[in-house]
Design a protein around this ligand. Structure first.
Ligand code: 5GP
Length: 189
């Protein structure tokens, strides 16, 4: 058994949030890292649960003091992974990060050699399905939705640098595949 940092990435609307939620409900041996962001909360999102919602000033101050393992800007907002939380959790159990591809590759580089980092990409079955899911979510206006869709190809191209890609067609099957990967990686010597 080993403690692993699992990074789960994928285009907006691909269903990674749902998968991560299921993962944490069913696996008490995993802990979720909660990122900080300057974007406004969506309906139903709670400070300290989905994200720590910070003002730009607060985020920049924390970035200055080296609080983030990695950070990036998406669609005009900052996102960052708190370093101390991840390092502390990793002493006890495996940790899941739900972040974008650039963040995932940066996190892997930051921990290189000291902690096993496994990068998992969740891909849509096809672009139309993704578009429909994003439209169904109704949480973004048209321009924001277009920007998110435009980034999809970039995210999927980066999958080549990831350790695993799983296609989210049937949720139950995808979840099982994810659990199998996690078990396999945790149980590696
Ligand atoms: P959303 O606004 O839809 O919650 O997230 C937008 C993008 O930011 C997604 O691709 C998500 O994976 C990414 N993201 C969330 N948290 C972090 C983080 O801590 N670091 C980085 N680099 N990206 C993040």
């Amino acid at each position: 058994m080993r403690n692993v940092l699992f990074v789960i990435s994928g285009p907006s609307g691909v269903g990674k949030g749902t998968l991560v939620k299921l993962l944490l409900q069913e696996r008490k041996d995993l802990s979720l890292s909660i990122s900080c962001t300057t974007r406004a909360p969506r309906e139903g999102e709670v400070h300290g649960r989905e994200y720590f919602f910070l003002s730009r000033e607060e985020f920049l101050a924390r970035r200055e003091s080296g609080d983030f393992l990695e950070w990036d800007e998406h669609f005009g907002n900052f996102y960052g992974t708190p370093k101390s939380f991840v390092s502390e959790q990793l002493k006890q159990k495996s940790v899941v990060l739900e972040i974008d591809v650039v963040g995932g590759l940066n996190a892997k580089a930051s921990f290189a050699g000291s902690v096993p980092v496994v990068l998992i990409m969740v891909a849509p079955p096809d672009p139309k399905t993704l578009e429909a899911r994003l439209a169904g979510r109704c949480s973004e206006d048209e321009a924001a939705r277009k920007a998110r869709l435009a980034r999809t190809q970039f995210e999927l191209d980066k999958a080549r640098e990831y350790d695993y890609t799983i296609v989210n067609g049937d949720l139950e099957e995808t979840k099982q595949r994810l659990f199998d990967i996690i078990d396999q990686e945790i149980n590696k010597e």
